[in-house]
Unconditional design. Sequence first.
Length: 166
Amino acid sequence: LYRNHDEEGTLYLDYRNNFGSNEDEQSENQVIYGHAMWNGDMMGCLRKYRNDFDFYKVSPFIELSSNYKEYDYVIFAFLITSGSYNATDFHYWNMEELDTEEEFNFYIDNCKRSWLMDTGVDVKYGDKLVTLSTCYADEDNSRFLVVARRLREGEVAGDMTTIQRT
């Protein structure tokens, strides 16, 4: 950030994402990248989702702040997928704009196909998503994703009883 070396790097939003003040112009899927540090820094805490499914019960929400507003999301999927272009047709890193129902459903179906746990959270076309992407294994270029949808009217961050279920 300040042109100083830092082995942890920084969390960053894909440059193609629009996360401006006009919500109608925001990308349907905000893809955020970062290292999973062994000490838990950066996205290191995401390991807890794949190592202990009970962790989801105590931490199912994500808060994301822009320069304009704070948004709350509920996690609906966490999964391991390929980060290699030739190894998969699920190129999540190229799926910021999910403008059509077909594109949106393709993204959601791929998340659900590989998810490690069925959270029961309802997801439907028109929901705004955030995808946290970090490394899983260097030898096969796999990635660990945590995917959440923005809370809807009447849903309350911190209260899973208000979250619409499938």
